[in-house]
Design a protein around this ligand. Structure first.
Ligand code: DAK
Length: 270
């Protein structure tokens, strides 16, 4: 066994109750699996999702991750049944945001493959991913005001950055649903596909990214995300350091040699 294989964390993918996780051709797919509740994001579901993401982030077998639901729902929000009973102190002490923060810190690219409802926390989960591929039937929305709260997992920030102030105000203050076509037009998502094909499209995109050098992909993702919370000066400085860093990678040498030798590169993630 190689030293890298010895360091691979172990995970029994068949042991999950609220998600279905698979790995194929270096793409990890996590399907949210509470179909009778439109994949409402309960705490147990969130624990499994984050544990699985953490594992996939560390696994050498995975280079790109897809989070998906089913045809009817990506996720219709956080679990209202659980929230209805919760007090302020319980919400504070549960510190569920720590789990959402862990999703934000995953190094590998994550694609949301969305069909049906992506509402509230479901829309926020999709927006926490790096790209969104949707089916023609997808419906995005932040309907929290309808139940007396506001988006709590980044919706007011990420939606505004994605679609601009005017549109974000309209979507969040009315709580209305946005079709896949409208979401595409306003820059919330990357692509719309027929419902039979959206997952295949997401997988094709994931495989394309999985074939690239993993460390360059990681640093490119990190640099793009940096642009959301820094000045242009700070962002350029970060990008420059990341660029220099890649000259220490074997994959940089392989990529440039392969180009000069007119052959396909073999990237190892080192
Ligand atoms: N929570 C719990 N159960 C839900 C649910 C939800 N968000 N959405 C649907 N369900 C359940 C329904 O109760 C129903 O269960 P049964 O009655 O059959 O047991 C089942 O799923 C099917 O739903 P419907 O019968 O309502 O199906 P319809 O096709 O008629 O309607 C719908 C679909 C999506 C329009 C409707 O279900 C709906 O409006 N759902 C609620 C959408 C919503 O308001 N979502 C936003 C929730 S607030 C946080 C992080 C995140 C958040 C908060 C805190 N922290 C880290 C602290 C996020 C908050 C939210 O997402």
């Amino acid at each position: 066994m190689s030293s890298s294989a010895a360091m691979q964390p172990q995970m029994d993918l068949s042991a999950f109750q609220f998600i279905i996780a698979t790995v194929d051709e270096q793409v990890g797919v996590i399907q949210l699996n509470r179909p009778d509740k439109l994949n409402a994001i309960s705490i147990p579901l969130m624990i499994e999702l984050v544990d699985c993401l953490d594992w996939m982030d560390k696994s050498d077998d995975v280079r790109c991750i897809i989070i998906t639901g089913n045809e009817k729902a990506f996720a219709a929000g956080a679990d209202i049944e659980q929230m209805a009973k919760a007090t302020t102190m319980e919400m504070l002490l549960l510190d569920q945001f720590a789990r959402w923060d862990r999703i934000r810190k995953i190094h590998k690219p994550i694609i949301a493959a969305v069909s049906g409802y992506a509402l509230g926390g479901g829309c926020e989960l999709a927006m926490t991913c790096d790209m969104i591929v949707a089916s023609e039937t997808a419906k995005f929305g932040q309907p929290e005001v309808n139940i007396g709260v506001i988006p709590g997992a980044g919706g007011t920030q990420r939606l505004t950055r994605a679609v601009g102030k005017a549109k974000a105000m309209e979507i969040i203050l009315t709580g209305r649903m946005v079709t896949a076509e409208e979401a595409l037009q306003c820059g919330l998502i990357n692509k719309v596909a027929p419902v039979e094909l959206y997952l295949e499209e997401a997988k094709a995109l994931a495989k394309e990214i999985a074939a690239k050098p993993p460390i360059a992909i990681r640093l490119a993702k990190e640099s793009i995300l940096k642009s959301f919370d820094t000045t242009i000066e700070g962002g350029l400085d970060f990008e420059r350091k990341a660029f220099y860093l890649l000259f220490a990678s074997e994959d940089k040498q392989e990529g440039m040699n392969a180009f000069l030798e007119k052959r396909k590169p073999q990237f190892q993630g080192r």
